[in-house]
Design a protein around this ligand. Structure first.
Ligand code: NDP
Ligand code: BG6
Length: 500
């Protein structure tokens, strides 16, 4: 019986859903739309959430006669101070066009800041009052109220914030609309805490109201996986253990914790990247064809993959920590937190039996088995590989063996290359957060994580995480700017990966 190995790697150096039943794609809704960014003073809000909202605004998805944006946090700042903080993140400091600058000022006028705590009703009552005033002023359809709450906050405050939203800020209109809550990752620290969090939030909101965001699901080439796999005849018979030797899902960053050391040390690389972003990618690479593109059909198939992952073996894990990580004043000197991990995952099902570096990239490498009875052995340079580069410079390419052009009959490895920058010149690839926020407004949960998916993904990593938390599994030190621990490359080799 053939086996296929899955290498997952992250390397770093340093109420009711709606009173109007609606399927995504139906007639677009109109009426007031309030988008509330909780944690508006934070890193994610300024770097990702507000810029995504600005891009949507510029493309006409957030019409100013319907939309108002509220920033909420404890930091005592005025509307203008929040706007000043955001300006530099929304347009390039140099070279912004006159049109961009004009749009920027119009967009910033849509933003109101409300200051309050995350666990007392005063702030949320004030927020509700502001939202209601906006709804009253902007309603093109009488009484329609759409309220989107984006929790750009540490997960520790999700329960109290959800409770406050439920108590003070729900859509109250009888005539239509909805209240939706977007929660960020990491959702929990392990299986038990994630389930407890799900249960607490589940008491307040129905599953269709909860959008567990994983921004990797909003990346262009991650979204392309379904199309590539299921709309191309030549992949269908090949995509299995008989033909594929191993799949590597690689994530590398050439920078360290960058001011997020306190957060990172609490979580580590497995909780920050692997349990969520990379496991979601794995699901899309390994799952069976869904019955349709309906969110539930796709998510059903993803859960099956997660539930088929065999327990992780200690000898198939290499953990690393870059030298100098503990120099960060927010990281304890004795920290055991991995900043690097290579983990082999084996999928047990009929299709499949069986992770201060030198670069920044995320890619999926599907490596095929050697050709049986190969007659070009002495000249052949490598195996067939199908590579999907998620970032930077999105590309899909296939490494294959061809005849070296010329008089000699020799084989050489080459690429069939679909580089997006060349093939789709002039096309702007939307940012992941842009796409996903638009999905939440449209009520499309296809690219969001369902509760059972979350549970199954924590199930895979919790035993390993507990052993790391208890100090039983120690990371190997590696030099910032290197490839990571040498042991990781050795592990990949043992697992069958051949450098091409
Ligand atoms: P921050 O640490 O910047 O926190 C956001 C805001 O939350 C802060 O401005 C602060 O606002 C408030 N806050 C911070 N710590 C606490 C606390 N202990 N108790 C109550 N309030 C607190 O986080 P990020 O913006 O980086 O991340 C927000 C969420 O998004 C997290 O879940 C994170 O994992 C996730 N995420 C972040 C990414 C990023 O690139 N930053 C990427 C992907 C996900 P104030 O004090 O004004 O109330
Ligand atoms: C976030 C992690 O979820 O993803 C960060 O918390 C990481 O540590 C980031 O840097 C990577 O996202 P991207 O889109 O830059 O690959």
């Amino acid at each position: 019986m053939g086996t296929s190995e899955w290498h997952i790697e992250r390397r770093a150096s340093f109420g009711s859903e709606s009173t109007i039943a609606r399927e995504p794609g139906n007639v677009p809704e109109s009426g007031s739309l309030s988008i509330v960014v909780l944690g508006a003073s934070g890193d994610l809000a300024k770097k990702k959430t507000f810029p995504a909202l600005f891009h949507l605004y510029r493309q006409g998805f957030l019409p100013p006669d319907e939309v108002h944006i509220f920033g909420y946090a404890r930091t005592k700042i005025s509307d203008d101070e929040l706007r000043d903080r955001l300006r530099g993140y929304l347009v390039p400091e140099k070279g912004a066009s006159a049109q961009q600058l004009e749009d920027l000022e119009k967009f910033l006028k849509l933003i109101k800041y409300v200051c309050g705590s995350y666990d007392s009703e005063d702030g949320f009552r004030l927020l509700d009052k502001e939202i209601s005033e906006h709804e009253y002023l902007k309603n093109s359809v009488e009484g329609l109220s759409r309220r989107l709450f984006y929790l750009a906050l540490p997960p520790s405050v999700y329960p109290s914030v959800c409770k406050m939203i439920k108590t003070c800020c729900m859509n109250k209109s009888d005539l239509g609309g909805w209240t939706r809550v977007v929660v960020e990752k990491p959702f929990g620290r392990d299986l038990q805490s994630a389930e407890e969090l799900s249960t607490e939030i589940g008491k307040l909101f129905e599953e269709p109201q909860i959008y567990r965001i994983d921004h990797y699901l909003g990346k262009e080439l991650v979204q392309n996986l379904l199309v590539l796999r299921f709309a191309n005849r030549f992949f269908l018979p090949l995509w299995n253990r008989d033909n594929i030797d191993n799949v590597q899902i690689v994530f590398r960053e050439d920078f360290g914790t960058e001011g997020r050391g306190g957060y990172f040390d609490q979580y580590g690389i497995i909780r920050d990247i692997i349990q969520n972003h990379l496991l979601q990618v794995l699901c899309l690479v390994a799952m069976e064809k869904p019955v349709s593109l309906k969110p539930e059909h796709i998510r059903d198939e993803k859960v099956k993959v997660l539930e088929s992952v065999l327990p992780i073996r200690d000898d198939e894990v290499v953990l690393g920590q870059y030298e100098g990580y503990t120099d960060d004043p927010t990281v304890p000197d004795e920290s055991n937190t991995p900043t690097f991990a290579t983990v082999i995952l084996r999928i047990h099902n009929e299709r499949w039996e069986g992770k201060a570096l030198n670069s920044r990239k995320a890619e999926i490498r599907v490596q095929f088995k050697d050709v049986p009875g190969d007659i070009f052995k002495c000249q052949k340079q490598g195996r067939n590989e199908f590579v999907i580069r998620l970032q930077p410079s999105e590309a899909i390419y296939m490494k294959l063996t061809v005849k070296q052009p010329g008089l000699e009959m020799s084989a050489v490895q080459s690429e069939l290359d679909l580089s997006y920058g060349q093939r789709y010149q002039g096309v702007t690839i939307p940012e992941a957060y842009e796409r996903l926020i638009l999905d939440t407004i449209r009520g499309d949960q296809q690219h969001f994580v369902r509760r059972d998916e979350l549970k199954a993904s924590w199930q895979i990593f919790t035993p390993l995480l507990h052993r790391i938390d208890d100090g039983d599994f120690k990371p190997i030190l590696y030099k910032p700017g290197s490839r990571g621990p040498r042991e990781a490359d050795q592990l990949l080799e043992q697992a069958g990966y051949v450098q091409t």
